[in-house]
Design a protein around this ligand. Structure first.
Ligand code: MRU
Length: 350
């Protein structure tokens, strides 16, 4: 399994460059891109070359590490000012996943605590690399914590891609599925296609098939059919942001899947690291990214809607806590009432 996971390292630091899988090319081609300019990393986040909350968190950190190496500052203050400008550009790429701000803030803190230019450059690169290593370890721990919730011969639905491709490696929701399989249980997956960008068919189906995990693809419109006909008995998805109240922001369509699961009495789980929690915001402060209309009026390059049609294309939606059976993290599984159980997870981490 280790080989398979490592062969799909989504984002990595190599010879002072950031190396990423270009996810826009999957599943037709497995292409790696290399960047030595933080502005290219920002563009890669915006264009979904790299996507998925934990992956963009680490990419943001690597972007700032590049910005530090690119800076010609002679003083600490100049370097911090260069990093603040780079942070702004990286931060403005995508507004919903909180991991991006988390990754950027972590690097800024290290930089601000550094003593001089050369020490700061060294420590931000080291910290970003450490964050990438930790991501895989955290996902494996989360996977283990989540695997006890799944039984032999379960068929589990997932939406979007919360796998190795959405993290540095192993995945969150798909990490739980990998860990369940590795614990000796037989597990099958039903992946939704996830229109408009098709992370389910292009990425989840690709990586599970690549790792030899039994996966069937369904159109998003078949969620109700699949549940009503008992073709699935559990759901696990990832998250882009989780509030202290247990409100979960994830790929558009997650809310529909959760509602349908409730209707059919199917447990609905969310798997996410503590870096995905936003303990300060309320639902009214969370910005839902709105993406361009051509994602909806086209499939790939093929036009599928009339010219000039109006489009509403939110990238994420919010699933309220009452639809969620448990939130799986590296620190344990939070169960309702979430305000209490999430607080306990953070206290235990201190
Ligand atoms: O627009 P994307 O592809 O970045 O959206 C990704 C998702 O919604 C994932 O489910 C989420 O980031 C969790 S990834 C471990």
């Amino acid at each position: 399994m280790e080989d398979k996971i490592l062969s799909l390292k989504t984002v990595a630091w190599k010879d002072n460059k950031v190396v990423m899988i270009d996810q826009t090319k999957l599943p037709s081609e497995l292409v790696f891109v290399e960047y030595n300019d933080y502005k290219d990393v920002a563009n890669a986040i915006k264009m979904l070359i790299v996507r998925g909350a934990p992956a963009i968190g680490v990419s943001g950190a690597f972007g700032l590490a590049l910005a530090a190496l690119q800076s010609s500052a002679n003083t600490k203050d100049q370097l911090i000012s260069d990093l603040e400008s780079a942070k702004k550009i990286l931060f403005e790429t995508r507004p919903t996943a909180v991991n991006l701000a988390w990754g950027l803030d972590k690097i800024m803190n290290v930089a601000k605590n550094g003593s001089d230019v050369s020490e700061i450059k060294k420590s931000v690169v080291q910290t970003a690399q450490q964050m990438a290593e930790d991501d895989v370890k955290i996902n494996m721990k989360m996977g283990k914590n989540g695997s006890v919730l799944f039984d032999d011969n379960d068929t589990v639905m997932t939406h979007c891609n919360a796998g190795a491709l959405a993290t540095v490696g192993y995945g969150t929701a798909l990490g739980v599925i990998r860990a369940t399989k590795d614990s000796g249980k037989n597990i099958k997956v039903i992946a939704t296609e996830t229109r408009p960008v098709q992370q389910g068919s292009r990425l989840t189906a690709f990586e599970l098939h690549h790792d030899g995990i039994d996966v069937s693809l369904i159109p998003d419109t078949a969620v109700g059919y699949t549940m009503a006909n008992r073709l699935v008995n559990k759901v696990v998805v990832g998250a882009d942001r989780i509030l202290r109240t247990g409100h979960v922001y994830n790929k558009i369509g997650t809310y529909q899947v959760a509602l349908m699961a409730k209707q059919h009495g199917i447990p609905f789980y969310v798997a996410a690291p503590l870096s995905t929690f936003d303990m300060k915001s309320n639902p009214e402060n969370v910005i839902i990214e709105q993406r361009k209309g051509t994602e909806v009026t086209q499939i790939g390059d093929k036009k599928t809607a009339p010219d000039g049609i109006k489009v509403i294309n939110p990238a994420f939606d919010m699933t309220p806590p009452e639809l969620i059976s448990g939130i799986i993290t590296e620190a344990g599984v939070a169960k309702p009432p979430y305000e209490e159980s999430i607080k306990k997870l953070f206290e235990a981490k201190k």
